[in-house]
Design a protein around this ligand. Sequence first.
Ligand SMILES: [Fe+2]
Length: 553
Amino acid sequence: MEVPLRVLGINAVFHDLAAALVVDGVTVAAAEEERFSRRKHGKQPVPFSTWEVPEKSAAWCLEHAGLVPADLDAVAYSYDPNLATEPADDITAGEWEGLRTLYARRAPLFLRAALPGLDPDLVRFVPHHVAHAASAYLAAPFRSSSVLVMDGRGERASHLAGQTTDGELEVLAAQRLPHSLGLMYEELTDHLGFRRSSDEYKVMAMASYGEPRFLPELRELVRATYDGGFVTQRIDWNVFVRRLGKEAEWGSEHADLAASVQVRLEEVVLDLLYWLHERTGDGELTMAGGVALNCVANSRLAEQGPFERIWIQPASGDSGTALGSAMYVAHEIGDAVEPMQTAALGRGWSDEELGAWLRTAHVAHERPDDIAEAVAEVLAGNGVVAWFQGRSEYGPRALGHRSLLAHPGYTENLDRMNEIKGREQFRPVAPMVLAEKAAEIFSGPLPSPYMLFTHRVRKGWEERVPAVVHVDGTARIQTVDGFEEPLVARMLQAFEQRTGLPIVVNTSLNTAGRPMVDDPRDALECFGSAPVDVLALGPYLIRRSTFNRRDRP
Ligand SMILES: [Fe+2]
Protein backbone atom coordinates (compact mmCIF):
# COMPACT_ATOMS: atom_id res chain seq x y z
CA MET A 1 0.00 0.00 0.00
CA GLU A 2 1.26 3.44 -0.88
CA VAL A 3 1.68 5.51 2.26
CA PRO A 4 -0.30 8.74 1.96
CA LEU A 5 1.66 11.75 3.06
CA ARG A 6 -0.33 14.87 2.36
CA VAL A 7 -3.57 15.47 4.21
CA LEU A 8 -5.69 18.58 3.84
CA GLY A 9 -8.07 19.28 6.73
CA ILE A 10 -11.28 21.21 6.14
CA ASN A 11 -13.72 22.83 8.55
CA ALA A 12 -16.83 23.93 6.72
CA VAL A 13 -19.97 22.69 8.38
CA PHE A 14 -21.01 25.41 10.84
CA HIS A 15 -18.76 28.47 10.74
CA ASP A 16 -15.15 29.52 11.31
CA LEU A 17 -14.25 27.96 7.99
CA ALA A 18 -10.62 26.90 7.93
CA ALA A 19 -8.07 24.71 6.20
CA ALA A 20 -4.92 23.00 7.44
CA LEU A 21 -2.24 20.97 5.70
CA VAL A 22 -0.28 18.16 7.31
CA VAL A 23 2.66 16.81 5.29
CA ASP A 24 4.58 13.80 6.59
CA GLY A 25 2.95 14.32 9.97
CA VAL A 26 4.08 17.95 10.22
CA THR A 27 1.61 20.84 10.18
CA VAL A 28 2.93 23.11 7.46
CA ALA A 29 0.02 25.53 7.13
CA ALA A 30 -3.28 26.34 8.80
CA ALA A 31 -5.48 29.35 8.23
CA GLU A 32 -8.98 30.65 8.70
CA GLU A 33 -11.04 31.67 5.71
CA GLU A 34 -12.15 34.96 7.34
CA ARG A 35 -8.58 36.27 7.10
CA PHE A 36 -8.82 35.90 3.32
CA SER A 37 -12.48 36.71 2.66
CA ARG A 38 -12.54 39.49 5.32
CA ARG A 39 -15.91 38.19 6.49
CA LYS A 40 -15.85 37.56 10.24
CA HIS A 41 -16.28 33.84 11.04
CA GLY A 42 -16.37 33.08 7.33
CA LYS A 43 -20.14 32.55 7.13
CA GLN A 44 -23.33 32.22 9.15
CA PRO A 45 -23.65 28.80 10.85
CA VAL A 46 -27.00 28.00 9.21
CA PRO A 47 -27.88 24.81 7.28
CA PHE A 48 -28.20 26.74 4.00
CA SER A 49 -24.52 27.73 4.10
CA THR A 50 -23.15 24.21 4.63
CA TRP A 51 -22.10 24.04 0.98
CA GLU A 52 -19.61 26.91 1.46
CA VAL A 53 -16.09 25.57 1.87
CA PRO A 54 -12.86 27.40 2.80
CA GLU A 55 -11.70 27.74 -0.77
CA LYS A 56 -9.22 30.59 -0.38
CA SER A 57 -7.50 29.27 2.74
CA ALA A 58 -7.39 25.73 1.34
CA ALA A 59 -5.92 26.94 -1.95
CA TRP A 60 -3.34 28.96 -0.03
CA CYS A 61 -2.33 25.99 2.18
CA LEU A 62 -1.60 23.97 -0.97
CA GLU A 63 0.20 26.83 -2.69
CA HIS A 64 2.31 27.43 0.41
CA ALA A 65 3.52 23.82 0.26
CA GLY A 66 3.98 23.93 -3.52
CA LEU A 67 1.19 21.41 -4.07
CA VAL A 68 -1.83 21.15 -6.32
CA PRO A 69 -5.11 19.41 -5.33
CA ALA A 70 -4.15 16.31 -7.34
CA ASP A 71 -1.09 15.85 -5.07
CA LEU A 72 -3.22 15.23 -2.00
CA ASP A 73 -3.45 11.79 -0.46
CA ALA A 74 -6.50 12.49 1.69
CA VAL A 75 -8.89 15.28 2.59
CA ALA A 76 -10.34 15.27 6.11
CA TYR A 77 -13.71 16.94 6.65
CA SER A 78 -14.52 17.67 10.30
CA TYR A 79 -18.13 16.46 10.39
CA ASP A 80 -19.64 13.09 9.65
CA PRO A 81 -23.08 13.42 8.04
CA ASN A 82 -23.63 9.70 8.60
CA LEU A 83 -23.82 10.39 12.34
CA ALA A 84 -26.17 13.34 11.91
CA THR A 85 -29.92 13.70 11.61
CA GLU A 86 -31.21 11.82 8.57
CA PRO A 87 -33.08 14.11 6.20
CA ALA A 88 -36.82 13.47 6.34
CA ASP A 89 -38.99 13.63 3.24
CA ASP A 90 -39.49 17.26 4.12
CA ILE A 91 -36.07 18.84 4.47
CA THR A 92 -37.59 21.91 6.09
CA ALA A 93 -38.41 19.80 9.16
CA GLY A 94 -36.28 20.24 12.29
CA GLU A 95 -35.13 23.73 11.33
CA TRP A 96 -33.69 22.43 8.06
CA GLU A 97 -31.24 20.20 9.92
CA GLY A 98 -31.71 17.56 7.21
CA LEU A 99 -30.46 20.06 4.64
CA ARG A 100 -27.21 20.36 6.58
CA THR A 101 -26.82 16.59 6.39
CA LEU A 102 -27.56 16.54 2.65
CA TYR A 103 -25.07 19.31 1.96
CA ALA A 104 -22.40 17.75 4.18
CA ARG A 105 -22.75 14.49 2.22
CA ARG A 106 -22.05 16.43 -0.95
CA ALA A 107 -19.05 18.23 0.54
CA PRO A 108 -16.64 16.18 -1.63
CA LEU A 109 -18.26 17.70 -4.72
CA PHE A 110 -18.26 21.22 -3.28
CA LEU A 111 -14.57 20.74 -2.49
CA ARG A 112 -13.84 19.58 -6.02
CA ALA A 113 -15.55 22.70 -7.35
CA ALA A 114 -13.42 24.87 -5.05
CA LEU A 115 -10.18 22.99 -5.69
CA PRO A 116 -10.19 21.86 -9.33
CA GLY A 117 -8.36 18.60 -9.81
CA LEU A 118 -9.27 17.24 -6.39
CA ASP A 119 -10.47 13.64 -6.34
CA PRO A 120 -13.72 13.69 -4.31
CA ASP A 121 -13.18 10.06 -3.32
CA LEU A 122 -10.26 11.18 -1.15
CA VAL A 123 -12.59 12.96 1.28
CA ARG A 124 -13.01 11.25 4.65
CA PHE A 125 -15.56 12.36 7.20
CA VAL A 126 -14.19 12.76 10.73
CA PRO A 127 -16.76 13.03 13.55
CA HIS A 128 -16.84 16.65 14.66
CA HIS A 129 -15.81 16.07 18.26
CA VAL A 130 -13.16 13.53 17.32
CA ALA A 131 -11.69 16.32 15.14
CA HIS A 132 -11.80 18.76 18.08
CA ALA A 133 -10.27 16.10 20.34
CA ALA A 134 -7.48 15.29 17.88
CA SER A 135 -6.65 19.01 17.61
CA ALA A 136 -5.77 18.73 21.30
CA TYR A 137 -4.31 15.28 21.95
CA LEU A 138 -2.34 15.01 18.70
CA ALA A 139 -1.17 18.64 18.83
CA ALA A 140 -0.13 18.55 22.50
CA PRO A 141 3.38 17.54 23.57
CA PHE A 142 2.11 14.49 25.52
CA ARG A 143 2.29 10.80 24.57
CA SER A 144 -0.89 10.10 26.45
CA SER A 145 -3.57 12.24 28.01
CA SER A 146 -7.17 12.46 29.06
CA VAL A 147 -9.07 14.57 26.57
CA LEU A 148 -12.14 16.73 27.04
CA VAL A 149 -14.09 18.48 24.28
CA MET A 150 -16.80 20.95 25.29
CA ASP A 151 -18.59 22.48 22.38
CA GLY A 152 -21.83 23.99 21.20
CA ARG A 153 -22.78 21.04 19.06
CA GLY A 154 -21.48 18.44 16.65
CA GLU A 155 -23.55 15.84 14.76
CA ARG A 156 -25.71 14.76 17.70
CA ALA A 157 -23.53 15.47 20.72
CA SER A 158 -22.04 18.52 22.42
CA HIS A 159 -19.14 16.98 24.30
CA LEU A 160 -16.62 14.18 24.34
CA ALA A 161 -14.50 12.76 27.15
CA GLY A 162 -11.83 10.21 26.42
CA GLN A 163 -8.35 8.90 26.88
CA THR A 164 -5.53 8.67 24.36
CA THR A 165 -2.27 6.80 24.18
CA ASP A 166 0.11 7.05 21.23
CA GLY A 167 -2.53 8.81 19.21
CA GLU A 168 -5.28 6.21 19.72
CA LEU A 169 -8.49 7.62 21.14
CA GLU A 170 -10.87 5.77 23.40
CA VAL A 171 -14.14 7.66 23.86
CA LEU A 172 -15.43 7.30 27.43
CA ALA A 173 -18.46 9.59 27.31
CA ALA A 174 -20.31 11.85 24.90
CA GLN A 175 -23.25 13.99 25.96
CA ARG A 176 -26.05 14.01 23.42
CA LEU A 177 -27.94 17.11 22.38
CA PRO A 178 -29.98 19.06 23.34
CA HIS A 179 -27.83 19.18 26.47
CA SER A 180 -24.94 21.49 25.69
CA LEU A 181 -22.76 23.75 27.82
CA GLY A 182 -21.67 25.62 24.71
CA LEU A 183 -25.22 26.26 23.49
CA MET A 184 -26.26 27.36 26.98
CA TYR A 185 -23.50 29.99 26.97
CA GLU A 186 -24.45 30.99 23.42
CA GLU A 187 -28.07 31.51 24.43
CA LEU A 188 -26.99 33.73 27.29
CA THR A 189 -24.75 35.67 24.89
CA ASP A 190 -27.77 36.25 22.65
CA HIS A 191 -29.96 37.23 25.60
CA LEU A 192 -27.42 39.84 26.66
CA GLY A 193 -27.55 41.53 23.25
CA PHE A 194 -24.36 40.08 21.77
CA ARG A 195 -23.79 37.91 18.74
CA ARG A 196 -24.20 34.24 19.61
CA SER A 197 -21.48 31.80 18.70
CA SER A 198 -19.14 34.76 18.36
CA ASP A 199 -19.22 37.14 21.33
CA GLU A 200 -19.11 34.66 24.23
CA TYR A 201 -15.84 36.19 25.43
CA LYS A 202 -17.68 39.48 26.02
CA VAL A 203 -20.04 37.68 28.40
CA MET A 204 -17.01 36.20 30.16
CA ALA A 205 -15.56 39.71 30.54
CA MET A 206 -18.93 41.03 31.78
CA ALA A 207 -19.13 38.22 34.35
CA SER A 208 -16.20 39.66 36.27
CA TYR A 209 -18.30 42.76 37.05
CA GLY A 210 -21.12 40.76 38.64
CA GLU A 211 -22.05 38.69 41.68
CA PRO A 212 -23.22 35.11 41.04
CA ARG A 213 -26.49 35.58 42.90
CA PHE A 214 -28.52 33.32 40.57
CA LEU A 215 -26.30 30.34 41.33
CA PRO A 216 -28.89 28.37 43.38
CA GLU A 217 -31.35 28.37 40.46
CA LEU A 218 -28.66 27.53 37.94
CA ARG A 219 -27.46 24.63 40.05
CA GLU A 220 -30.91 23.09 39.58
CA LEU A 221 -30.95 23.69 35.83
CA VAL A 222 -27.39 22.75 34.90
CA ARG A 223 -25.65 19.82 36.51
CA ALA A 224 -23.30 16.90 35.94
CA THR A 225 -24.92 13.48 35.89
CA TYR A 226 -21.83 11.62 37.21
CA ASP A 227 -21.76 9.24 34.27
CA GLY A 228 -19.41 11.52 32.35
CA GLY A 229 -22.21 13.68 30.99
CA PHE A 230 -24.46 16.50 32.17
CA VAL A 231 -27.90 18.05 31.94
CA THR A 232 -28.64 21.55 30.69
CA GLN A 233 -32.35 22.17 31.07
CA ARG A 234 -34.09 24.75 28.95
CA ILE A 235 -33.57 28.09 30.63
CA ASP A 236 -36.03 30.96 30.43
CA TRP A 237 -33.47 33.75 30.78
CA ASN A 238 -36.20 36.37 31.20
CA VAL A 239 -36.92 34.92 34.63
CA PHE A 240 -33.55 36.32 35.71
CA VAL A 241 -33.21 39.57 33.73
CA ARG A 242 -34.91 41.19 30.79
CA ARG A 243 -33.48 40.59 27.36
CA LEU A 244 -31.01 43.23 26.19
CA GLY A 245 -31.30 44.77 22.74
CA LYS A 246 -28.23 45.13 20.54
CA GLU A 247 -25.93 47.88 21.80
CA ALA A 248 -28.21 48.41 24.83
CA GLU A 249 -26.72 49.51 28.16
CA TRP A 250 -26.27 46.64 30.54
CA GLY A 251 -26.70 46.90 34.27
CA SER A 252 -25.50 45.06 37.34
CA GLU A 253 -28.30 42.50 37.02
CA HIS A 254 -26.97 41.46 33.61
CA ALA A 255 -23.46 41.18 34.99
CA ASP A 256 -24.87 39.12 37.88
CA LEU A 257 -26.48 36.69 35.46
CA ALA A 258 -23.27 36.44 33.43
CA ALA A 259 -21.32 35.80 36.65
CA SER A 260 -23.81 33.13 37.77
CA VAL A 261 -23.62 31.22 34.48
CA GLN A 262 -19.85 31.55 34.38
CA VAL A 263 -19.44 30.11 37.88
CA ARG A 264 -21.95 27.32 37.20
CA LEU A 265 -20.11 26.43 34.00
CA GLU A 266 -16.85 26.18 35.96
CA GLU A 267 -18.47 23.99 38.63
CA VAL A 268 -19.96 21.56 36.12
CA VAL A 269 -16.73 21.29 34.12
CA LEU A 270 -14.84 20.60 37.34
CA ASP A 271 -17.30 17.75 38.00
CA LEU A 272 -16.64 16.42 34.48
CA LEU A 273 -12.90 16.62 35.06
CA TYR A 274 -13.07 14.69 38.33
CA TRP A 275 -15.19 12.00 36.67
CA LEU A 276 -12.67 11.71 33.83
CA HIS A 277 -9.66 11.66 36.12
CA GLU A 278 -11.19 8.94 38.24
CA ARG A 279 -11.38 6.71 35.18
CA THR A 280 -8.00 7.50 33.64
CA GLY A 281 -5.72 8.51 36.50
CA ASP A 282 -3.79 10.59 33.97
CA GLY A 283 -1.56 13.50 34.93
CA GLU A 284 -2.20 15.33 31.65
CA LEU A 285 -5.38 16.75 30.22
CA THR A 286 -5.86 18.09 26.70
CA MET A 287 -8.85 20.21 25.77
CA ALA A 288 -10.59 21.76 22.76
CA GLY A 289 -14.06 22.89 21.65
CA GLY A 290 -15.43 26.40 21.89
CA VAL A 291 -15.88 26.27 25.67
CA ALA A 292 -12.13 25.62 26.05
CA LEU A 293 -11.56 29.25 24.99
CA ASN A 294 -13.09 30.33 28.31
CA CYS A 295 -9.80 31.33 29.94
CA VAL A 296 -11.43 32.20 33.28
CA ALA A 297 -12.83 28.66 33.54
CA ASN A 298 -9.52 27.20 32.35
CA SER A 299 -7.62 28.85 35.18
CA ARG A 300 -10.04 27.45 37.72
CA LEU A 301 -9.66 23.98 36.18
CA ALA A 302 -5.89 24.30 36.40
CA GLU A 303 -6.07 25.49 40.00
CA GLN A 304 -8.78 23.24 41.42
CA GLY A 305 -8.99 20.33 38.98
CA PRO A 306 -7.35 16.91 39.38
CA PHE A 307 -4.90 17.14 36.46
CA GLU A 308 -1.30 18.27 36.85
CA ARG A 309 -0.95 19.75 33.41
CA ILE A 310 -3.50 21.09 30.92
CA TRP A 311 -2.78 21.74 27.26
CA ILE A 312 -5.44 23.54 25.25
CA GLN A 313 -5.58 23.90 21.48
CA PRO A 314 -5.28 27.65 20.76
CA ALA A 315 -7.75 27.31 17.87
CA SER A 316 -10.30 25.60 20.10
CA GLY A 317 -13.29 26.91 18.16
CA ASP A 318 -14.45 25.17 15.02
CA SER A 319 -11.53 26.50 12.95
CA GLY A 320 -9.27 24.14 14.92
CA THR A 321 -11.17 21.11 13.62
CA ALA A 322 -9.50 21.64 10.23
CA LEU A 323 -6.16 20.90 11.89
CA GLY A 324 -7.61 18.21 14.16
CA SER A 325 -9.24 16.29 11.32
CA ALA A 326 -6.07 16.50 9.19
CA MET A 327 -3.95 15.23 12.09
CA TYR A 328 -6.48 12.49 12.84
CA VAL A 329 -6.49 11.16 9.28
CA ALA A 330 -2.69 11.49 8.99
CA HIS A 331 -2.36 9.38 12.14
CA GLU A 332 -4.98 6.88 10.96
CA ILE A 333 -3.17 6.41 7.69
CA GLY A 334 0.02 5.67 9.53
CA ASP A 335 2.01 8.88 9.81
CA ALA A 336 3.68 9.83 13.06
CA VAL A 337 2.05 13.18 13.78
CA GLU A 338 4.31 15.85 15.21
CA PRO A 339 2.96 18.04 18.03
CA MET A 340 2.09 21.63 17.17
CA GLN A 341 5.07 23.94 17.70
CA THR A 342 3.47 27.31 17.09
CA ALA A 343 0.20 29.00 16.18
CA ALA A 344 2.01 31.06 13.50
CA LEU A 345 0.83 28.81 10.68
CA GLY A 346 -0.77 31.39 8.37
CA ARG A 347 0.49 33.70 5.65
CA GLY A 348 3.81 35.56 5.79
CA TRP A 349 5.79 37.80 3.44
CA SER A 350 9.50 38.34 2.80
CA ASP A 351 11.11 41.72 3.57
CA GLU A 352 11.38 42.35 -0.18
CA GLU A 353 7.70 41.65 -0.71
CA LEU A 354 6.74 43.98 2.14
CA GLY A 355 8.98 46.71 0.70
CA ALA A 356 7.23 46.31 -2.66
CA TRP A 357 3.81 46.73 -1.00
CA LEU A 358 4.97 50.01 0.56
CA ARG A 359 6.39 51.33 -2.70
CA THR A 360 3.15 50.45 -4.50
CA ALA A 361 1.13 52.30 -1.87
CA HIS A 362 3.53 55.32 -1.99
CA VAL A 363 3.81 55.25 1.77
CA ALA A 364 6.78 57.02 3.36
CA HIS A 365 8.73 54.53 5.44
CA GLU A 366 12.08 53.96 7.04
CA ARG A 367 14.13 50.87 7.72
CA PRO A 368 15.69 51.11 11.18
CA ASP A 369 18.71 48.99 12.12
CA ASP A 370 16.55 46.95 14.44
CA ILE A 371 12.76 47.10 14.26
CA ALA A 372 12.50 45.67 17.79
CA GLU A 373 14.54 48.58 19.24
CA ALA A 374 12.71 51.17 17.14
CA VAL A 375 9.28 49.88 18.24
CA ALA A 376 10.35 49.69 21.89
CA GLU A 377 11.37 53.36 21.64
CA VAL A 378 7.93 54.35 20.29
CA LEU A 379 6.14 52.29 22.96
CA ALA A 380 8.29 53.73 25.74
CA GLY A 381 7.22 57.20 24.51
CA ASN A 382 3.58 56.03 24.87
CA GLY A 383 2.93 55.52 21.17
CA VAL A 384 0.57 52.82 19.91
CA VAL A 385 2.12 50.40 17.44
CA ALA A 386 0.56 48.13 14.82
CA TRP A 387 2.93 45.16 14.78
CA PHE A 388 2.89 42.98 11.65
CA GLN A 389 5.62 40.33 11.79
CA GLY A 390 6.09 36.85 10.40
CA ARG A 391 3.27 34.41 9.72
CA SER A 392 -0.25 35.16 10.94
CA GLU A 393 -1.83 33.29 13.82
CA TYR A 394 -4.19 30.33 13.53
CA GLY A 395 -7.00 30.79 16.06
CA PRO A 396 -8.70 33.82 17.56
CA ARG A 397 -5.78 35.32 19.54
CA ALA A 398 -3.09 37.72 18.41
CA LEU A 399 0.16 36.24 19.66
CA GLY A 400 2.71 38.80 18.55
CA HIS A 401 2.38 38.46 14.78
CA ARG A 402 -0.67 40.63 14.04
CA SER A 403 -0.85 42.71 17.22
CA LEU A 404 -1.64 46.19 18.42
CA LEU A 405 0.85 47.17 21.14
CA ALA A 406 0.97 49.89 23.80
CA HIS A 407 2.62 50.90 27.09
CA PRO A 408 1.03 49.03 30.02
CA GLY A 409 1.98 51.66 32.59
CA TYR A 410 -0.77 54.16 31.79
CA THR A 411 -4.32 53.38 32.97
CA GLU A 412 -5.83 55.37 30.11
CA ASN A 413 -4.25 53.05 27.54
CA LEU A 414 -7.05 50.54 28.14
CA ASP A 415 -9.68 53.05 26.96
CA ARG A 416 -7.33 54.27 24.26
CA MET A 417 -6.94 50.78 22.80
CA ASN A 418 -10.68 50.12 22.97
CA GLU A 419 -11.30 53.44 21.24
CA ILE A 420 -8.82 52.67 18.49
CA LYS A 421 -10.58 49.38 17.95
CA GLY A 422 -14.07 50.87 18.31
CA ARG A 423 -15.19 48.31 20.86
CA GLU A 424 -16.89 48.21 24.26
CA GLN A 425 -15.09 49.96 27.10
CA PHE A 426 -15.55 47.04 29.52
CA ARG A 427 -13.34 44.81 27.38
CA PRO A 428 -9.92 44.16 28.90
CA VAL A 429 -6.64 44.21 27.01
CA ALA A 430 -3.98 41.64 27.70
CA PRO A 431 -0.27 41.73 28.46
CA MET A 432 2.53 39.91 26.72
CA VAL A 433 5.41 39.25 29.05
CA LEU A 434 8.91 37.82 28.79
CA ALA A 435 8.58 34.16 29.80
CA GLU A 436 11.47 34.34 32.27
CA LYS A 437 9.86 37.28 34.10
CA ALA A 438 6.28 35.99 34.14
CA ALA A 439 6.42 34.19 37.51
CA GLU A 440 7.66 37.34 39.28
CA ILE A 441 4.65 39.30 38.14
CA PHE A 442 1.79 36.82 37.62
CA SER A 443 0.56 33.69 39.38
CA GLY A 444 -1.22 30.97 37.40
CA PRO A 445 -0.36 28.26 34.85
CA LEU A 446 3.05 28.94 33.25
CA PRO A 447 4.23 29.09 30.56
CA SER A 448 1.13 30.41 28.83
CA PRO A 449 2.10 30.98 25.19
CA TYR A 450 -1.45 30.96 23.79
CA MET A 451 -3.41 33.26 26.16
CA LEU A 452 -5.78 30.52 27.30
CA PHE A 453 -5.63 31.16 31.06
CA THR A 454 -6.06 34.16 33.31
CA HIS A 455 -3.46 34.94 35.95
CA ARG A 456 -3.48 36.93 39.16
CA VAL A 457 -1.30 40.01 39.13
CA ARG A 458 1.08 39.91 42.09
CA LYS A 459 1.14 42.59 44.76
CA GLY A 460 3.14 45.63 43.81
CA TRP A 461 2.62 45.13 40.09
CA GLU A 462 -1.00 46.29 39.70
CA GLU A 463 0.09 49.92 39.96
CA ARG A 464 3.01 49.43 37.60
CA VAL A 465 0.97 47.93 34.73
CA PRO A 466 -2.56 49.25 35.33
CA ALA A 467 -3.66 49.10 31.69
CA VAL A 468 -3.55 45.29 31.63
CA VAL A 469 -5.06 44.53 35.05
CA HIS A 470 -8.70 43.53 34.77
CA VAL A 471 -11.29 44.78 37.27
CA ASP A 472 -10.99 41.49 39.21
CA GLY A 473 -7.20 41.77 39.60
CA THR A 474 -6.36 39.27 36.86
CA ALA A 475 -4.72 39.43 33.45
CA ARG A 476 -4.88 37.06 30.48
CA ILE A 477 -1.19 36.84 29.75
CA GLN A 478 0.87 35.59 26.86
CA THR A 479 4.34 34.43 27.86
CA VAL A 480 6.99 35.06 25.21
CA ASP A 481 9.90 32.67 24.97
CA GLY A 482 13.05 34.09 23.35
CA PHE A 483 13.76 30.80 21.62
CA GLU A 484 10.31 30.43 20.08
CA GLU A 485 9.63 34.11 19.42
CA PRO A 486 13.04 35.83 19.15
CA LEU A 487 11.86 39.10 17.58
CA VAL A 488 8.96 39.66 20.00
CA ALA A 489 11.22 38.78 22.93
CA ARG A 490 13.84 41.27 21.74
CA MET A 491 11.22 43.98 21.49
CA LEU A 492 10.07 43.20 25.05
CA GLN A 493 13.67 43.27 26.32
CA ALA A 494 14.29 46.60 24.60
CA PHE A 495 11.10 47.97 26.18
CA GLU A 496 12.18 46.70 29.60
CA GLN A 497 15.56 48.43 29.25
CA ARG A 498 13.77 51.72 28.70
CA THR A 499 10.95 51.38 31.23
CA GLY A 500 11.82 48.61 33.70
CA LEU A 501 8.68 46.75 32.54
CA PRO A 502 9.08 43.41 30.71
CA ILE A 503 5.46 43.72 29.56
CA VAL A 504 3.55 45.41 26.77
CA VAL A 505 -0.16 45.66 26.06
CA ASN A 506 -1.10 43.26 23.26
CA THR A 507 -4.44 43.11 21.50
CA SER A 508 -5.38 41.80 18.10
CA LEU A 509 -4.66 43.97 15.08
CA ASN A 510 -8.13 44.72 13.77
CA THR A 511 -11.01 47.07 14.40
CA ALA A 512 -14.37 46.02 15.86
CA GLY A 513 -16.35 43.48 13.87
CA ARG A 514 -13.56 42.81 11.36
CA PRO A 515 -11.33 39.77 11.12
CA MET A 516 -7.75 40.15 12.24
CA VAL A 517 -5.37 41.80 9.78
CA ASP A 518 -3.70 39.14 7.69
CA ASP A 519 -1.98 40.57 4.62
CA PRO A 520 -0.01 43.82 4.13
CA ARG A 521 -2.97 45.51 2.47
CA ASP A 522 -5.14 44.82 5.54
CA ALA A 523 -2.36 46.26 7.71
CA LEU A 524 -2.13 49.46 5.65
CA GLU A 525 -5.91 49.84 5.58
CA CYS A 526 -6.17 49.35 9.34
CA PHE A 527 -3.30 51.80 9.93
CA GLY A 528 -4.88 54.29 7.56
CA SER A 529 -8.23 54.25 9.33
CA ALA A 530 -7.35 53.98 13.03
CA PRO A 531 -5.34 56.43 15.18
CA VAL A 532 -2.29 54.20 15.50
CA ASP A 533 1.04 56.05 15.77
CA VAL A 534 3.32 53.61 14.02
CA LEU A 535 3.05 50.57 11.78
CA ALA A 536 5.92 48.08 12.02
CA LEU A 537 5.54 46.07 8.82
CA GLY A 538 8.33 43.52 8.92
CA PRO A 539 11.57 45.54 9.09
CA TYR A 540 9.86 48.75 7.98
CA LEU A 541 8.52 51.53 10.15
CA ILE A 542 5.71 53.77 8.96
CA ARG A 543 5.02 56.81 11.15
CA ARG A 544 1.76 58.71 11.15
CA SER A 545 2.45 62.33 10.29
CA THR A 546 0.64 64.55 12.76
CA PHE A 547 0.03 67.31 10.25
CA ASN A 548 -0.51 67.60 6.54
CA ARG A 549 2.23 69.66 4.90
CA ARG A 550 -0.07 70.86 2.12
CA ASP A 551 -2.28 72.57 4.72
CA ARG A 552 0.61 74.66 5.96
CA PRO A 553 1.48 78.04 4.46
FE1 LIG B 1 -17.33 22.55 17.26
